[in-house]
Design a protein around this ligand. Structure first.
Ligand code: 13P
Ligand code: SF4
Length: 325
């Protein structure tokens, strides 16, 4: 078990890749309080890759993409799970481990994709396309999870679609993820028109300019970007797969088309790689701050609560995915 001093030293080292020494000095007390509270309350912190470096390093017990964090939340025996990410991720943790108290530091940390579709929208799609299986991206509300057949994430979307015994598949709510899946399957994909407000901002023109300006850089995008964008980049994958690609390709120069903190966190992990900034900020992810994390643990807020029926039906869709990948 690492001591608090060792964790703080690691936090200073990693978060130090973007913060000034004075800023680290100001925040160090909060980090120590958070470490104490975690111990006192038998709590764990799950941190999504888009958390700012001060919230991500040191204080997180596990960091990762949506799929990895869903698995971690299912498997923990801690009394409290504090999810540093957005609301649908905390809801997913509650569905997968309903015995635990699941907290999120700011209830307004939402997601434009999750907000683009309701359970009623799914029921209407079923009526319109009877017999066609419905896959939902994990970036959806718990209510949508109860209505669909199976969940996928950015790390496994094609595999999930391919696993279904049907030539036609509905993919909701992300229309661009659906476009990107279509490129890799012979099945007919029927999309919903949801968009990530961060990734939709990238255009193919951005990739052309980046290529001309930085011919040696590996360009990496998230599958929430338009297909016209992903068609031109070197690699498309989930937030954790981006790190894996950088490691395996031994890239020297990287340009990321994704959320800003991803680059900051990868810069700390790969100090030898030059990261060219081309990022967009997710205002939802940025709602999670060190102060709010401390308060969430101190006052055990804000708790995610879901009905038994939502948990049971949402769990069925998630379990079908987890049985495949
Ligand atoms: P990942 O599952 O790839 O981490 O993506 C989550 C997300 O919200 C990206 O915008
Ligand atoms: Fe949602 Fe996009 Fe923010 Fe991810 S980056 S949480 S998909 S709005």
């Amino acid at each position: 078990m690492k001591t608090a001093d060792a964790i703080v030293a690691e936090w200073r080292d990693k978060a130090g890749s973007i913060y000034l020494k004075e800023e680290l000095d100001q925040r160090e007390g909060l980090v120590r309080e958070i470490l104490e509270l975690k111990k006192e309350k038998n709590a764990i912190i799950l941190g999504h890759n888009y958390m700012t470096p001060d919230v991500y390093h040191g204080i997180s017990d596990f960091i990762g993409d949506s799929l990895e964090l869903a698995r971690r939340s299912r498997d923990t025996e801690a009394d409290i799970i504090l999810f540093n990410g957005v609301h649908f991720m905390a809801e997913t943790a509650k569905i997968l481990n309903p015995e635990r108290k699941v907290l999120i530091a700011d209830l307004k940390a939402g997601c434009s994709l999750a907000e683009s579709m309701t359970g009623e929208d799914v029921r209407n799609l079923r009526k319109k396309f009877p017999g066609v299986p419905i896959v939902s991206y994990i970036n959806c509300t718990a209510e949508v999870k109860t209505e669909v057949d199976i969940i996928c994430t950015s790390a496994n979307a094609v595999k999930i679609v391919e696993s279904l015994p049907s030539d036609t598949v509905l993919v909701v709510p992300d229309g661009y993820l659906a476009q990107n899946i279509q490129k890799h399957t012979k099945k007919k994909i029927i999309p919903w028109a949801g968009k990530c407000m961060v990734h939709e901002l990238y255009t193919e023109f951005d990739v052309d300019v980046a290529r001309k300006s930085f011919p040696d850089a590996k360009i990496i995008a998230h599958p929430e970007c338009k297909e016209k964008v992903t068609a031109k980049v070197d690699f498309t994958g989930s937030t954790s797969q981006m790190g894996k690609y950088i490691r395996e390709s031994k890239a020297n120069q990287v340009l990321l088309m994704t959320e800003c903190s991803m680059g900051d966190n990868l810069r700390a992990e790969f100090p030898e790689v030059t990261f060219i900034s081309s990022c967009q900020t997710c205002p939802h992810m940025k709602k999670i701050t060190l102060e709010k994390v401390r308060d969430a643990l101190k006052y055990e807020r804000f708790e995610i609560s879901l009905s038994e029926d939502t948990i049971r039906r949402g769990r069925a869709s998630l379990d079908r995915m987890l049985a495949i990948v």
